[in-house]
Design a protein around this ligand. Structure first.
Ligand code: ADP
Ligand code: MG
Length: 229
């Protein structure tokens, strides 16, 4: 089998507010291999966001280690984390996170502006990505002129802009009706295949689990693997 892309070892995260402590992750370990679509399932408050944030270098664990492509994320300084997020990771959030004053095409182009990609190449890739998510006819519309499902398609196209190795999606269908949510999950499934990325997708929607290669179940910060049905 190929080398794992993501290695998580004994990850522990404790939130402290005053005298209160919440143990959000309890010695969580797993590995993800290239091309896998992994669902992280658990109720609200079970620790899904906390786990994804530690993996994406958006937060620092209290103990344990995350490595992506052999690089220790937990030991990176801010500059290296920025480079990791720009070059290796793609993020999709429940609330889309688009820039309201920019068109769909401009939103997709934002991550490429942070690299030295020539303008022509950037424009071409923006068009390719928008057609990949079925929005070539909507390139010039702003987020408020798009439906929720279309906004999440733009966010997905943007997340793939810099050809990430790892896509991290935190409840990408949480603000969508179930039919639109299903379409977005099917699109993620197709993109993981066509773009060859690895994806970690947090969700508590049982209907979406069937599309995953593997399911990790988290309960009160304890992770265990279950078999998709
Ligand atoms: P999920 O994404 O599965 O809903 P979270 O990872 O957001 O769960 O939260 C896990 C636990 O950690 C919950 O009990 C939540 O209340 C707590 N928590 C999350 N973020 C913070 C924070 N910044 N400060 C204190 N507690 C937090
Ligand atoms: Mg969450």
């Amino acid at each position: 089998m190929s080398e794992p892309l993501v290695v998580v070892e004994n990850l522990r995260k404790v939130y402290r507010s005053g005298p209160k402590e919440v143990v959000a992750l309890r010695e969580v370990s797993f590995t993800a291999h290239p091309g896998e679509l992994i669902a992280v399932r658990g109720r609200s408050g079970s620790g899904k966001t906390t786990l994804l944030n530690q993996i994406g270098g958006l937060d620092t664990p209290d103990a344990g280690r995350v490595a992506i492509d052999g690089h220790d994320v937990t030991a990176m300084n801010e500059d290296r984390l920025l480079a990791l997020r720009r070059d290796t990771l793609g993020f999709v959030f429940q609330s889309f996170g688009l820039i309201p004053v920019l068109s769909a095409a401009e939103n997709v182009g934002v991550p490429m502006r942070l690299t030295r990609m020539p303008v022509d190449e950037r424009d071409q890739r923006v068009r390719m990505l928008l057609s990949l998510v079925g929005l070539e006819q909507h390139a010039n519309q702003r987020p408020y002129e798009l439906s929720g499902g279309q906004r999440q398609r733009v966010a997905l196209a943007r997340s793939l802009a810099n050809r990430p190795r790892l896509l991290i999606a935190d409840e990408p269908t949480g603000q969508l009706d179930s039919q639109t949510g299903r379409q977005i999950m099917q699109l993620i499934r197709a993109l993981v295949r066509s773009e060859g990325v690895t994806a970690l997708v947090a969700t508590h929607d049982p209907g979406l689990i069937t599309l995953a290669d593997r399911v990790l179940e988290i309960h009160d910060g304890v992770l265990r693997e279950t078999t998709p049905v």
